[in-house]
Design a protein around this ligand. Sequence first.
Ligand code: SAM
Length: 341
Amino acid sequence: ETEDGKEKLSKMIELMDGFKASKVLFTASKLHVFDVLRSSKTGELQAEDVAQEIKASMKGTERLLEACVSLGLLQRTGKEYANTAMSRHFLLSDGPLSLQGYIQHCNELVWPLFTHLETAVREGTNQHEKAFGKSSDNLFQDAYYSRHEVKLRFMKAMHSIAKVSGRDVATAFDLSKYKTACDLGGCTGAMAYEFAKAHPGLSVTMFDLPEVIEMSGHFRPHDADDRVSFVAGDFFKDELPKADVYILARILHDWSDEKVHILLSKIAKACNPGCCVLVSEIFLDEDRKGPSRGLLQALSMTEGRQRSASEYSLLLKSHGFTTAQVKHTHNLLDAILCVAE
Ligand code: SAM
């Protein structure tokens, strides 16, 4: 009874303090604490050296570093602070699996939105205007792409998630019989390059709005595969590139069922029998009791919604696609493969 009570209390404390822990991660990341520690000769620094490097107060830095230790983001031996294996893996800005881009998006965009969660819930509306003083009828063109630095930040966020989850999504299904793929709304191309890497016989066209395509050079990998090409367009209005496999990674959750139907009917028209659609999203459990990552994301209240694998399956079925396989990757994104009849 008391043990159970203590467990409940500690769960409560974790929930009450969760926002502080997130903000510690965002702040340490923004101030480049992890990069600074990595760049030091021994990989270790004392608080006052870190304070000097990040140009912050000694008092504040010490408290930030101690909080990071308590959260498993840093380790300390005597007076020396160092990165943990987890922070080396995910928090160095140039690491192959860096989540820095996504973390800064959370800090600068999602955090202000969630500050207005109460209003969002009361009104059932997105709080972009309240948080940023600007309305956003079109999430991408108005909210993300109207200012260069905001666009770049958004693209870096997408890039980091795609880098972390891309391999698992790209290898989720056997695509060896297909020759061409089109990654619709492929953003920086990170996912497209993962598909090319995973499937030696596949050429991948990455399709996105012109504002995004013009930045693709910024995200081009050093060993860029020439089987990946870039096409600019609007997937609601323009003709879609021809392909055997259409990839929709983190696209459908942004749109209402009505818009999803517009997009899927365009894809269905472009598909011959045997062609397929690969949808990659966080799949909600069928009883909608989790995962909380998806249910929390839904509270940003875009016009879209989070769906389960069977909901995606039904949407695709209404456009003549039969679900061939569902894959829970245990990474950030799951995947479903549906074949045109
Ligand atoms: N697929 C990428 C991934 O998983 O990393 C990016 C997903 S991001 C949430 C949505 C993408 O859809 C953005 O890159 C955005 O520019 C693109 N997009 C939004 N509206 C579009 C449209 N009308 N036509 C083409 N691309 C669009």
